[in-house]
Design a protein around this ligand. Sequence first.
Ligand code: ADP
Ligand code: MG
Length: 283
Amino acid sequence: MLLTVENLSYTYMPGTPFEVKALKNINLEIPRGEYLAIIGQTGSGKSTLVQHLNGLLKPTKGRVLLEGEDIYQRKSGLKDLRQRVGLLFQFPEQQLFEETVFADVAFGPKNMGLDEAEIKRRVEKALTLVGLPLDVAQRSPFSLSGGQMRRVAMAGVLAMQPDVLILDEPAAGLDPRGKTEIFDQIDRLHQEENLTVVLVSHSMEDVAVRAKHLLVLGDGEVKHYGTPAEVFTDAAELEQLGLALPQMALLMHRLRQSGKDVPTDVFTVAAARDAILRMLEVQ
Ligand SMILES: Nc1ncnc2c1ncn2[C@@H]1O[C@H](COP(=O)(O)OP(=O)(O)O)[C@@H](O)[C@H]1O
Ligand SMILES: [Mg+2]
């Protein structure tokens, strides 16, 4: 197993009047090649959970394992962990700080002690992977658009060649087009580079069609886990958790409720059209 979360609980500011039990006994397995979406309303514990995966937060209780080893007991240490478990924060463009795009993307590989030639190779590969032309390398990151800056930040994580890429609300604040672009980019990385992906989102609509598995968090607890189709069988409960089903899944649920024989794992307009046409042919 690539990553394992065992009985993880986390409390912010324990023993003070401001104490928050942010995570309660979370168990989770992330195999290599996974595309996991962690979803839940604001405040449900998504960011707290992913920050445990690369050792930014230390469990109050429980453990996180990388390939079966407690991340705090690995000989290669936390620096190696953070290279292997790449985490892209929410609004990552706020963390760009170097004078050039090249220097920003090179920051991680440099820290790893790689030689100049390898650093250059990695920076160029990472920029290509996120769909940026190589001539941005010498520009200031601050001269780029918001969407491009976000790609630079993503390239900075990819340049470390992590085993798993974790993205915390990567589409937050982007317009619909920028949003689709960034999600398509992530899908390509998963498919073509065989990258294990953990995607944090508060929107079912955005992730249902992409992820292999969904982990639904509510109030610091795992409320559901399974394939999107499995998780969507309980539409009413998801709505209670403030998570609207994707529109097309909702349509399929309504059709089933009225006795129509349609599949439940339908998340796109095209798939809904096909399902409805098939249903009409059968009748
Ligand atoms: N640095 C912090 N100090 C205190 N409480 C925090 C901190 N960060 C998050 N919390 C609280 O922990 C809970 C989970 O937050 P978070 O993991 O950020 O949720 P999400 O990412 O799903 O919005 C919330 O109640 C939030 O207010
Ligand atoms: Mg968050």
